[in-house]
Design a protein around this ligand. Sequence first.
Ligand SMILES: Cc1cc2nc3c(=O)[nH]c(=O)nc-3n(C[C@H](O)[C@H](O)[C@H](O)COP(=O)(O)OP(=O)(O)OC[C@H]3O[C@@H](n4cnc5c(N)ncnc54)[C@H](O)[C@@H]3O)c2cc1C
Length: 677
Amino acid sequence: MRRLRRLSLHLLQPAAPPAPGDQLALAACAGGRARRVEGGADVAAALAAYLRGRHRATQMRLFDFFRARPDLQTPVELATAAHRELCYRQLCALVREAGVRPLTLMDSDPAEYFAVMEAAGGADISLGVKLGVQYSLWGGSVINLGTKKHRDKYFDGIDNLDYPGCFAMTELHHGSNVQALQTTATFDPVTDEFIINTPNDGAIKWWIGNAAVHGKFATVFARLILPLQGKGGEPADMGIHAFIVPTRDHETHAILPGIEINDCGHKIGLNGVDNGALRFRSVRIPRDNLLNRFGDVSRDGKYTSSLPTINKRFAATLGELVGGRVGIAYCSVGVLKVAVTIAVRYALLRHQFGPPKQPEISVLDYQSHQNKLMPMLASSYAFHFATVMLVDKYSEMKKTNDEDLIADVHVLSSGLKAYITSYTAKSISICREACGGHGYAAVNRFGALRNDHDIFQTFEGDNTVLLQQVAGDLLKQYQEKFKGGTLSVTWNYLRDSMGTYLAQPNPVTARWEGEDHLRDPNFQLDAFRYRTSRLLHSVAARLQKHSKTLGSFGAWNRCLNHLLTLAESHIESVILAKFIESVKSCPDEKTREALKLVCDLYALDRIWKDIGTYRNVDYVAPNKAKAIHKLTDYLSYQVRLVARELIDAFDLPDLIIRAPIGMQSEAYAQYTQYVGF
Ligand SMILES: Cc1cc2nc3c(=O)[nH]c(=O)nc-3n(C[C@H](O)[C@H](O)[C@H](O)COP(=O)(O)OP(=O)(O)OC[C@H]3O[C@@H](n4cnc5c(N)ncnc54)[C@H](O)[C@@H]3O)c2cc1C
């Protein structure tokens, strides 16, 4: 079988000459020869229908809206001030002309809200982020951390953009470590007000989106101080709370007294968003402006909360903000799809070199190019299904408030956000390089995609910090297991797996190398889960050992790389499990076959990339490792044969792709036209 396969590879490559004038069509469909994938268009359409969520109609309506409004389309070159104004006009148009009500959607149908956010980000990533700041962050903080009185007062104004606002958490000295924020909100029982103060320059609120130009309000995160209520009549620090602080006059837009706002200036990307820095000097706000869902202060200055400790209140407060992370993970997949679409379409179109005295071949017929782009295409599919699952879980969580689901979504959103945004960031650079010199032209988008998306790795939680939360939760679950406790939904596999995986790998299966075995989802999932369980078990033992001498913080730091690998491994398992399930549930047979191929590539490529780990523990014998490598290359080649269909199934309109070299047709013509020919 192996020899046959090799022979068939030989026979199918390289490509035959495309007929003049039909280069695009041939290149896009050629499987080496100038032959089309039989029923390719049908597969693409069926796949698109399967991928397309119930929110596609809304997205299409928004794309049509922008298509009909050239004045709202972001040009390739734009100065910062003009970009900010355009971005605000885009958002206003979306709300006031296209009639979208993002906060209402976020409240009633979060999945639809994320679809709107993704579509807005497709028009311009700055717009997606500006929308996220206004609705997920400013709006989300008011409705999730506040109570009825806040909802009654602010909901409509936020929704219709009468109340543009910001989310002011980060300070100059502290971003990730939110518990160390220093801004204070001291209660004044005489006037029934809080006094907001920036005690030193390190506490200046920094990077605050929407603050530099457009925002009129901010949700300010500050330490709640109650005078005379601490030990010995000292002020009592009740921990971090959120407060609504008006920053600009509603009519004149003038900055309000006691507030200083400066512009964070031109950034590497996302220049449609106006990030600002805020300093407060004894700014007084009514007591009612405390977002009091998890803690309140009475008229006589007494603190009440249904949660017993500062840590619990802090966790509950941050827990309400996971929606932002869900949105970032979801939109990052959208960015990845755009980058992969441009790179794959261009690779199909581009011909360079070929056998002696024969026409040149498509660069996607080079094994190296397949190796760069096909696993990435497979990952886009894998992430698509994983983030749809995340959004569904989030929506369910909002409806039911189920505690297990809350814990699950918290960790899953951290892990998927970190894993996917890091992957997308790296992939955009690979796509740029895969398009050679033309990938460097700004009009072909990679510069903007890379620069605008880059910060997805940092905001809404730095990826390295978020992965540690995943690892921390896995360890908690691991300890629970040994105490006989239950495991939360996504980790269920650990319950079954731990016993099996801690035994030595089976020396017989370690040698199995048949294609059927390697493409069996049970083998693939087992391999992913084996690795996670082993990493979990070994890091738990190391932490226990080191904490005796280094203490828990030192031990954690000593094992940090191990912990990050564990978190990534777990997230990969979750993504694969969802992908396998999505293949199984696909109703159409041909579509299912195409998806299965892509899923196999995703799984085997990941196993191959970490083959050292599997070899080290003899989970995979040398012959099997070799077979995995070969099959991965072969699957990349197979996926290449349907690459055009797989890309078309993303169903991204030209308005979203925009790069001339990524157009479905006339790519070179559009490119030369852009340059002025
Ligand atoms: C364009 C932009 C928009 C933003 N918008 C907003 C906004 O609207 N509102 C808002 O409040 N904030 C906003 N932010 C701030 C953003 O949320 C923070 O930058 C982010 O949370 C990271 O914090 P930091 O910058 O302090 O990084 P740091 O926490 O200082 O991290 C610096 C480095 O140290 C590493 N590190 C930190 N802690 C650990 C650890 N425990 N273990 C291992 N490594 C660690 C990180 O991985 C990172 O590489 C924005 C930032 C930018 C750039």
